[in-house]
Each structure stands twice: as C-alpha cells, then as structure tokens.
Design a protein. Structure first.
Length: 107
C-alpha cells in the first residue's frame, strides 16, 4: 500500500499546523497522462464514506477507491533536491518516469 516516510510526515504535520488544517486527512490523487507518466496531487480534506482510509507514519491518508491502482506501491518522501531546497516526491514503480533512489537494493 501507499507509504509516507518519516521526513514527509514531519513536513505534512508542520504544514497542517501552519495552515490551520490540523484534524483533516491528507487526500492523495493521481492521473495518468497521455505519455504514461503519472501526475500527483495532495491536499488536506474531509473524509467521505467512499474513501479508502489508512494511517502511515501517523498521517491519516485518504484516497478515492479509483486512485488505488495508481498509488498502491507509492512512497511519499520529502527530500532536499538542491542545497536548501526541499520538495515532496512520489516514488512510484508504476510510473514510467520512476527512478529508484540511489543506495536502494532491488527487491
């Protein structure tokens, strides 16, 4: 299933505090583009009856059932892309643009 890293969880909780959205779930969405790549979206939202709901690293995560096939093997991380510049990244082996992080052993 979808995973949130500790670094991403810390930043998500910080963003919720700063944005006044504490208590809301983190909603994830994805759409396959014409070239096969996957476009990712996330934001704080209320839970609906139809949502798939789970917790990862203390983060309450929700997604619509139709999102599961695109997101089920994904890890959300928060990494330093350049010195002093951090971004959320989606690591998804189902995405044709996926590149495994350096140092990860296959398997």
């Amino acid at each position: 299933m979808f995973k949130v890293t500790a670094a991403a969880a810390e930043q998500i909780l910080k963003a919720a505090r700063q944005g006044g959205t504490e208590g809301l779930s983190l909603r994830l969405a994805a759409a396959r583009q014409a070239d096969g790549a996957i476009d990712y979206r996330m934001g704080f939202d209320e839970v609906t009856e139809e949502d798939i709901r789970f917790t990862s690293e203390g983060i309450d995560v929700v997604m619509a059932p139709d999102q599961v096939p695109l997101l089920e093997q994904t890890t959300l991380d928060y990494v330093e892309m350049e010195p002093g510049t951090y971004h959320f990244i989606f690591l998804n082996p189902l995405d044709p643009n996926y590149v495994p992080p350096e140092g990860d052993a296959p398997g």
